[in-house]
Design a binder for this molecule. Structure first.
Ligand code: WQD
Length: 337
């Protein structure tokens, strides 16, 4: 069966291509290489012995999307990662985010609705919850006013998919990620952040490898045990496996509704200082960091209630925080060697 992975050479996309190939799927990876490189195909090949079909393409090009699905008219499902995802950048450049993240989705869905088997997995985010009232966060927690255009594009994306499901044969699963980190245990693929990393873990590993002078910890005055913000850090391979399970659910018509939503997290919250401590343990290096003021738009805490993913989807994250950080550190050392 042929599965299309948009953003297939990206961080989560490439790890999902590997897991799909491991399950015997034929994969077509679409990527515009704006935040990835074609060399990722070699990493995938080194892991699975297969290269996915690769189509360099920008999903904002409506004609290109139409031509793609005319050529690949035997697609069984689409997993849609391709999007801009930097929260800060989205505040500076909202139109880039609305054009890229919304137009791409609309053009994809316009083609999907013509397919006999329209199975669609959407890369969403716990960002849609804003600062949720109760922890751990369930899928019924209310979607709150987005704190950034990036978060808003995820909310709008979910609404578009829900509206389209009502009048088409498209079956969808919305996967709300918590904080994806780590790298494939083979050390063949991992995160390749361009420029100064926005996210905590790549900034930590780049500091430890000497690329950054020190880590700034954004605030230690949050109402949390050690004052630093709490997140649910999930291994990217666990996340990738959840996408295969979700696609198989749709292919086997096990879905209970046209649109289903699952939180993908570990169910455990870790503070920034706990992440630093765990990293220092696995790397056996002292991390140079300083506490600075809070980052605009950050929430205090977010970690997932994983009951629905565990019991309905039949998936559970396996890796511990230390295993995640060890894989991220191993990868950082490799790409800087
Ligand atoms: C984690 C914690 C920071 C960097 C965002 C998006 C989310 C998803 C993951 C795309 C926070 C602190 C960070 C640093 C720090 N992205 N931090 N120093 O903000 O939880 O989530 O990225 O899907 O949608 O919202 O992740 O890694 O940026 O921050 O202290 O240099 O680390 O304040 O508490 P975040 P993050």
């Amino acid at each position: 069966m042929k599965i299309v992975v948009t953003g297939g050479l990206g961080f989560i996309g490439s790890h999902t291509v590997v897991e799909l190939q491991n399950e015997g799927f034929e994969v077509v990876a679409i990527d515009n290489l704006s935040n990835s490189s074609e060399s990722v195909l070699d990493g995938i090949f080194n892991i699975t012995g297969k290269k996915p079909i690769f189509e360099k393409m920008d999903l904002r090009d409506k004609k290109a999307v139409q031509d793609f699905f005319n050529k690949h008219n035997d697609v069984s499902g689409v997993i849609h990662f391709a999007a801009s995802k930097a929260v800060g950048e989205s505040v500076e450049n909202p139109l880039l985010y609305y054009e890229n993240n919304i137009n791409s989705l609309v053009y994809l869905l316009q083609e999907l609705k013509e397919l006999p088997n329209a199975n669609f997995i959407f890369s969403s985010s716990c960002t849609v919850y804003g600062q949720a009232e109760n922890m751990p966060i369930t899928e019924n927690a209310p979607v709150q006013q987005a704190m950034s255009p990036y978060g808003n594009t995820k909310q709008i994306g979910e609404e578009i998919i829900t509206d389209v499901a009502k009048v088409t044969a498209i079956n969808s699963i919305l996967l709300r990620y918590f904080n994806p980190i780590g790298a494939h245990p083979s050390n063949e693929i991992g995160e390749l952040p361009l420029g100064v990393p926005q996210n905590l873990v790549p900034f930590i590993t780049q500091t430890a490898v000497g690329l950054r002078e020190k880590l700034s910890v954004f605030g230690n005055d949050y109402p949390t045990p050690d004052g630093t913000a709490v997140r649910d850090y999930i291994h990217v391979v666990d996340l990738a496996k959840a996408h295969v399970v979700a696609m198989q659910r749709l292919l086997n018509k096990k879905n209970l509704n046209k649109v289903e939503t699952f939180n993908l997290g570990t169910g455990t919250g870790s503070s920034v200082l706990e992440v630093i401590k765990a990293f220092e343990k696995v790397s056996e290096k002292k991390l140079n960091y300083q506490i600075v003021s809070r980052r605009e738009g950050d929430i205090t805490e977010a970690y997932a209630n994983t009951d629905k993913a565990n019991n309905i989807l039949g998936w559970k994250a396996q890796s511990t925080l230390e295993e995640c950080l060890a894989s991220a550190w191993k990868w950082e050392q490799k790409i800087r060697s």
